[in-house]
Design a binder for this molecule. Structure first.
Ligand SMILES: C[S@@+](CC[C@H](N)C(=O)[O-])C[C@H]1O[C@@H](n2cnc3c(N)ncnc32)[C@H](O)[C@@H]1O
Length: 260
């Protein structure tokens, strides 16, 4: 397979192309979400929010099916792709540009039945998305907990948070995943991942490598958050039931469903 672009893609456009062409079978993933909704009595009347909607996967697909989803994200790059796709799908859907710490000023407490924070987004609650940073474990854990309390407050009693993260078993790697053609130039797309266990740091990047071997990409650097730490923090901020979930169509991240 080869992914083709007419002009140099922004990071969010590359991520979006990977989501739909490499990482997910969208139909299967959306069907598994619909089953999860049905099991938990989430209907088209339910109040749903995606707090890291990115380029709109799968919020746009669910909105097209009639679900009402409030959308937010902190990055203009992603929001631009989201808005373009929403327009193309003839959906009157806007994405608020906010960080999670700004949520209390913009959304009501005890309001939502269901919240998504998917795509390994949560680990960036202490920064490091698309930029380098010096990772401070104590500061990261404090911000993670603060953010989870904000997510908790958004939900009604009985409301559900879908949150995911990279697998604890993830190994460092640098792998060519697909060929990319931009105008008449060919590149390899590389998924790169580095884990520094002793320092508790995880770095990841999508790199475009040209034929001379030059690589360009944006860094993503965070604390190496474990599933156990995340589950303990979810409990600490008040969630009453915290369960791991497995989706056949989700091969990349571990999913946790937490109930207020
Ligand atoms: C890996 S992308 C996942 C996007 C989308 N949920 C998906 O599944 O494709 C992570 C997203 O989290 C957003 N994000 C990271 N830190 C954030 C923060 N502090 N507040 C709001 N959004 C944030 C980024 O802008 C980005 O769109």
């Amino acid at each position: 397979m080869k992914l083709k672009f007419k002009k140099e893609p922004r990071f969010a456009e590359l991520w979006d192309a990977c989501l739909y062409n490499l990482l997910y079978d969208t139909k299967k993933y959306v069907n598994e979400i619909l089953k999860l909704f049905k099991k938990n009595k989430i209907s088209k009347k339910s109040k749903i929010i995606d707090v890291s909607v990115g380029t709109g996967f799968p919020a746009l697909e669910l909105t097209k099916k009639g679900y009402k989803i409030d959308c937010m994200d902190s990055m203009q790059d992603e929001i631009n792709v989201f808005s373009r796709k929403a327009k193309k799908k003839k959906l009157n859907l806007r994405c608020k540009k906010l960080t999670w710490l700004q949520i209390p000023k913009h959304y009501k407490k005890n309001y939502y039945d269901f919240s998504f924070c998917r795509g390994n987004s949560f680990i960036y609650a202490a920064g490091g998305w698309n930029k380098s940073q010096k990772v401070d474990a104590k500061k990261s854990l404090k911000l993670y907990e603060e953010t989870l309390k904000i997510f908790y407050d958004l939900l009604k009693d009985g409301g559900l948070l879908y949150i995911d993260k990279f697998k604890d078993s993830e190994k460092p790697h640098k792998t060519k995943v697909v060929e990319i053609q931009i105008k008449d130039k060919k590149y390899d797309l590389i998924f790169y991942n580095e884990i520094k266990n002793k320092l508790n740091i995880r770095s990841s990047a999508m790199l475009l490598r040209d034929k001379t071997g030059k690589e360009i990409g944006l860094p993503n650097i965070t604390y190496l958050l474990s599933k156990k730490e995340l589950m303990n923090m979810l409990r600490k901020v008040g969630f009453s039931s915290i369960k791991e979930m497995s989706f056949k169509s989700e091969k990349h991240f571990d999913i946790i469903l937490a109930k207020k």
